[in-house]
Design a protein around this ligand. Structure first.
Ligand code: GLN
Length: 590
């Protein structure tokens, strides 16, 4: 029988429910349990694919092509799991499912209602997902963590809370555990810790028929034992079941904090699972937490500067996985990372007069950077600035990584400035370009926006007889499975002309049909010819980065930017896989 942990949130959003949910998963996994996770987003969109990353944060892409909220990325990275689109439930998906069934006559003439039809559909969905093995393991998970997005009391929550109220009886109360994450504010000159908001939110939850088994009190400082006791007595939970999660120096400390306060014991005793399958090894978390603290405290003058050239770059949630991939790589090579955000529009000539100061600042940052990164993007705004950034990196031998649009931009730049095709462009930006070096993929739809892209995990095969630094970073593999999200691709008609002039196409997908990886021949920094790291990938490697296994193309950028690529290639090629299932870690020091 699968056991369920429901994580709800009270008082206000932004308390870190996602981190607490995934940290719970980390701990349960470390005890040998098979864990899966479901995120419930009560919005009406079917998925996050049509939402602006600048409003909602990045669109995270899953192996099966599901476009999800960035929380799914946090789950995958933290718990080291591979999830599917069904692990993300939205109001839109549930209603869509029920309405489709109604249209097919699936309700036998009944009036279709929120209770029981929507609430049943939610419960069936959860049970179905919880019965599917994760990460290639055919056995169903032991424990399913369900995070209910939003705050108790939200109007949109109604059907989900009611479904979960019923669900605890459906699966049996001994198989259902509710963790409620709440806030203990610290107020006044003496810093009094207040329990009233928590009391109010638990009262609201109980009125809806759910009673927490554990309360996680978020606070800026450790919550005093007597305050925890007070929360326990007012909120009808066992005295040992109130946990304090204060602000910590970095995310990796959260599982350690939960562990130190006995979180697994509380959950396992509720489930009657009295003996864990193995002894938890949290050493990797302790090590990475310490490493991150050490790097944060390191001398800023020694930081490796990576300039990220994008759109609205001050909204960093829009590039969350890119940031994580850079951070994982920096931790791996023991270097402090500084990300310099550059609005690509300000690199363009037009900005010179209209936004003179911004233009000067943007170019100063590009010139000071140890490495440049152009991430994925859509639409023509600021594209010329990105092309200029790619040109700067190529001609000045600054390490460059282009992801998706960043790869297309590198190809356009090369076609224009090296091959001599002056108005080379993508048809995304100029349908009339004389030299359409990037074109719309024929099988896509131009009228429907949701899920019409080439999405999800696709294989890239390395070209047998070409040397490739990217391939070496992937451990010499024949091919790699990475995630995609694009509508445009390099025009195959131009590949040989571009290659003749030196930009190498070293990886292809769909039996050589689609260009996936380009790079300039590698030459260590300071040597003649070649480039210390000039790489473009059509896929999004950032979606599969892990703190123990940083994404290889990002690791390459970081190694090159910190002057360590040559040494790494000499001694460590072949160690980094694209995916492994062990919880053993790799790290290296020079
Ligand atoms: N706009 C480009 C395309 O659709 C790039 C997409 C991306 O960077 N994710 O192909």
């Amino acid at each position: 029988m699968v056991k369920y942990v429901l994580v709800t949130g009270g008082v206000l959003s932004g308390l870190g429910k996602g981190v607490i949910s995934s940290s719970t998963g980390v701990i349960l996994r470390s005890l040998g349990f098979r864990v899966t996770a479901i995120k419930i987003d009560p919005y009406i969109n079917i998925d996050a694919g049509t939402m602006s990353p600048f409003e909602h944060g990045e669109v995270f892409v899953l192996d099966d092509g599901g476009e999800a909220d960035l929380d799914l990325g946090n789950y995958e990275r933290f718990m080291d799991l591979t999830l599917n689109r069904d692990n993300n439930i939205t109001t839109g998906k549930i209603y869509h499912h029920v309405i489709e069934k109604e249209r097919k006559g699936g309700f036998l003439g009944k009036t279709v209602q929120v209770v029981p039809h929507i609430t049943d559909a939610i419960q069936e969905w959860v049970e179905r997902v919880a019965s599917i093995g994760v990460d290639g393991n055919p056995a169903p998970p032991d424990i399913c963590i369900i995070e209910l997005g939003g705050t108790i009391g939200d109007i949109e929550h109604g059907p989900f809370i009611e479904a979960m109220r019923q669900f605890q009886w459906r699966v049996g109360k001994e198989n259902f555990c509710n963790i409620h994450v709440s806030l203990v504010p610290v107020v006044g000159a003496v810093g009094e810790q207040k329990t009233k908001p928590t009391q109010a939110s638990v009262r609201e939850l109980r009125a809806l028929g759910l009673s927490p088994d554990m309360i996680v009190c978020r606070s800026s400082v450790p919550v005093a034992p007597e305050v925890c006791t007070k929360v326990a007595s007012f909120c009808h939970v066992a005295p040992n079941s109130v946990i304090s999660v204060h602000d910590v120096s970095n995310l990796y400390r959260v599982p350690l904090l939960l562990m130190s306060q006995g979180l697994p014991g509380i959950i396992l005793s509720k489930f009657g699972l009295n003996s864990p399958r193995k002894v938890a090894r949290m050493t990797s978390w302790e090590r990475v937490a310490q490493e991150v603290d050490d790097l944060n405290g390191a001398d800023p003058a020694k930081a490796v500067h990576i300039a990220v050239v994008g759109k609205y770059t001050h909204l960093s949630d829009a590039y969350l996985s890119v940031i994580r991939a850079l951070q994982h790589s920096a931790q791996f090579v023991h270097r402090k990372l500084a990300i310099d955000w550059i609005e690509s529009l300000y690199l363009e000539d037009a900005a010179k007069t209209e936004h003179h100061q911004e233009y000067e600042d943007a170019w100063a940052k590009v010139k000071a950077a140890h490495g440049l990164l152009v991430p994925g993007g859509f639409g023509d705004r600021g594209v010329e600035g990105k092309i200029l950034a790619a040109q700067y990196a190529r001609t000045n031998k600054v390490p460059y990584l282009g992801v998706c649009l960043g790869m297309q931009v590198a190809v356009i730049e090369y076609a224009r400035n090296v091959v001599g095709l002056q108005d080379a462009n993508s048809t995304e930006f100029n349908e009339q370009a004389t030299h359409p070096v990037v074109i719309f993929m024929p099988e896509g739809s131009k009228t429907h926006m949701g899920a019409t892209m080439r999405l999800g995990s696709r294989r890239t095969d390395f070209v047998e007889d070409k040397s490739s630094v990217v391939r070496r970073l992937y451990g010499g593999a024949d091919g790699v499975d990475e995630r995609h999200r694009h509508r445009y691709e390099v025009n195959p008609d131009y590949i040989s002309r571009i290659e003749e002039k030196g930009l190498s196409f070293v990886g292809f997908g769909d039996s050589k049909l689609r260009a996936e990886i380009v790079e300039l021949p590698y030459a260590p920094a300071g040597s003649e010819g070649g480039h210390p790291y000039y790489v473009g990938v059509q896929y999004h490697p950032e979606f599969k980065t892990r703190h123990t296994r940083p994404s290889p193309p990002f690791l390459g950028l970081m190694l090159a930017a910190s002057g360590q690529l040559e040494a790494w290639l000499d001694t460590h090629s072949g160690q980094l896989g694209n995916k492994d299932s062990s919880d053993e870690e790799t790290s290296f020091s020079l």
